[in-house]
Design a protein around this ligand. Structure first.
Ligand SMILES: Nc1ncnc2c1ncn2[C@@H]1O[C@H](COP(=O)(O)OP(=O)(O)OP(=O)(O)O)[C@@H](O)[C@H]1O
Ligand SMILES: [Mg+2]
Length: 539
């Protein structure tokens, strides 16, 4: 019986094994097909120049250098013969780089609209996939389509996603994608009028092979706008909004360090506020409140006990008093102990003008203002709180940059920046740490001197804050009446006002004032901008 059963099972197996194999194969094929279906399909987006949502040059303001540079490319694509006659060739690649929100993607959109050429856009993030080789295939496809429609522009947004230095990727997929991009841009069979544009936030992290001439020959820095640029951006974004008593030049002056995206957000917030209060036109107050919201965050509903309130008031008064006394710090525009965002209170300093260079003394003054809050707490309550963590972090950042990047340490021979590279000796690390400590001590001593010497004003500011919660510029001026700003003597030491200001030689003053630059003289290189954020979120 058993034998018979075993035989029948065996026969069944032998007879049906072929069918099972086919079913099994079919199932495998089915699963593979399903997986492929699930994979995201990304296609390069082709933007037609006459598209409805197109952006024109006039909608981008404050980035004139970048616009000029791109206009050249647009001219080339419109009339290549004129350039060819002189032996010029199309620039292969234009790389727009700069901080987030400065208008890089917007510039690319304008090029798409203005050039009249075919425009293909794809984000670099869509190339990278879990499956090996897929990114490279997508790059090939993007370039193949663009070449078919030459003259054309290929735009790769957020290039950082694939363009990082090679040698740091374990899976190899990103590197393979990057290699394919390198080949397409300047490889064996590159032909046709194809301009590659890309946008990136971090030029330093990109692979050097991408940046060489022949690939991205042109690198355009899209910087945060200056004061006139900000005014024009505000004009662009308030074009469709009714305004009443708003001086956009004044708003521009108050928004140093903000980018185009921040300003667009500011105008939108002001419009929302106006609509919520039932107004018909945006007024100055809408902009003031929107600015506060953009810089310091949304008002929160935390409730503090009386002691905590007093600590916060003295903390902010400490920041404000130091800022009012020190010569190189921006004027205090507003002090508030109404909590916003993560800050429990804040002091808003607004610069009178855009600045591009900072001296060692100015940086120390900036640290002094940051430390003023904690020193005031210590001076009045004899104890420190956890509230100063953000200030301390920023002091550490400034001190580190002063020593490691700008060689502004205290050691007499600090003529070279003390880097914190891997190869530094133990001795160097110790020197670096000591120098940073010393800079922070210098600022602490200054803050202690200022607050101790003007204790009455500190009390007055804190009392006014506790009473009203927010102090505006006129109220601050009233309290500080009769206390002039200090002056800095040539040696860097702080003195009461009245001491003579350091004099420059006559010839230097004349040269600085001379309106026109001599013909043919070289332009000085644009210094790197380093505007600290205007708000000092306090406790
Ligand atoms: N120069 C400008 N003129 C007018 N509007 C601007 C400008 N710069 C930025 N904006 C506004 O900010 C928004 C965001 O800009 P965009 O997307 O171009 O920034 P981005 O530089 O590409 O930033 P990211 O590096 O984060 O991609 C735009 O839609 C626009 O409303
Ligand atoms: Mg962008």
């Amino acid at each position: 019986m058993d034998q018979g059963f075993a035989d029948s099972v065996k026969n069944f197996g032998l007879e049906w094994s072929g069918v099972f194999t086919i079913v099994f194969m079919f199932l495998i094929c089915f699963f593979l097909w399903r997986t492929l279906k699930l994979m995201p399909r990304t296609k390069p987006v082709q933007i037609k120049p006459e598209a409805k949502s197109s952006i024109g040059w006039e909608q981008i303001a404050g980035v004139d250098e970048a616009k000029d540079e791109l206009r050249e490319v647009v001219d080339f694509l419109r009339d290549p013969k004129r350039f060819r006659a002189l032996g010029a060739r199309v620039p292969k690649g234009v790389l727009l780089h700069g901080p987030p929100g400065t208008g890089k993607t917007l510039l690319a959109k304008a090029v798409a609209h203005e050039s009249g050429a075919q425009f293909f856009s794809q984000s670099a993030a869509s190339f990278v996939e879990m499956f090996a080789g897929l990114g490279a295939a997508r790059i090939r496809r993007l370039f193949r389509e663009a070449r078919k429609h030459a003259p054309a522009i290929v735009f790769i947004d957020e290039l950082d996603a694939v363009g990082g230095r090679r040698g740091s990727d374990f899976s190899g997929e990103r590197e393979q994608t990057l290699n394919q991009l390198l080949v397409e841009m300047d490889g064996f069979d590159t032909s046709g009028d194809l301009v590659v544009m890309a946008a990136s936030n971090l030029l330093e992290k990109l692979d050097p092979a991408l940046l060489r001439p022949g690939r991205f020959d042109r690198q355009v820095f899209v910087s945060p706008p200056d004061v006139s640029g900000r005014e024009r951006i505000l004009e662009v974004h308030t074009r469709d909004k009714p305004l009443r008593d708003v001086d956009l030049a004044e708003v521009a002056a108050q928004t140093s360090g903000l980018t185009g995206a921040d300003l667009a957000n500011l105008c939108n917030e002001a419009a929302i506020r106006c609509a919520r209060r039932g107004g018909v036109a945006l007024c100055r107050e809408d902009f003031d409140q929107a600015l506060e919201r953009v810089i310091a965050g949304v008002q929160s509903r935390r409730v503090f006990n009386d002691h905590e309130k007093a600590v916060i008031a003295y903390h902010e008064a400490g920041h404000a008093l130091c800022a009012e006394l020190l010569p190189s710090v921006d004027r205090v525009h507003k002090i508030s102990i109404v909590p916003r965002g993560r800050a429990l209170g804040y002091t808003l300093n607004l610069p009178d003008e855009d600045r591009y260079l900072k001296t060692r003394e100015e940086l120390i003054d900036h640290m002094t203002v940051l430390l003023g809050g904690r020193i005031a707490e210590q001076l009045v309550f004899g104890a420190v709180t956890t509230g100063a963590s953000d200030d301390l972090r920023r002091v550490a950042q400034i001190a580190r940059a002063m020593v490691c990047e700008y060689a502004m340490g205290t050691a007499g021979a600090a003529q070279r920046a003390i880097t914190d590279g891997e190869g530094d000796s133990e001795h160097f690390r110790r020197v670096r740490d000591e120098e940073q400590q010393e800079l922070a001590f210098e600022a602490t001593r200054a803050a202690r001197g200022l607050l101790g010497g003007h204790r009455d004003k500190l009390d007055e500011l804190a009392a006014a804050l506790l009473q009203r919660e927010v102090l505006e510029r006129p109220q601050i001026e009233r309290i500080m009446d009769g206390v002039p700003r200090l002056r800095r003597a040539p040696g860097g030491e702080l003195r009461a006002a009245g001491a003579p200001a350091p004099a420059l030689p006559e010839a230097v003053i004349a040269a600085v004032r001379a309106p026109a630059r001599a013909k043919g003289a070289a332009e000085p290189p644009a210094p790197r901008r380093s505007t600290p954020p205007p708000a000092t979120p306090g406790v």
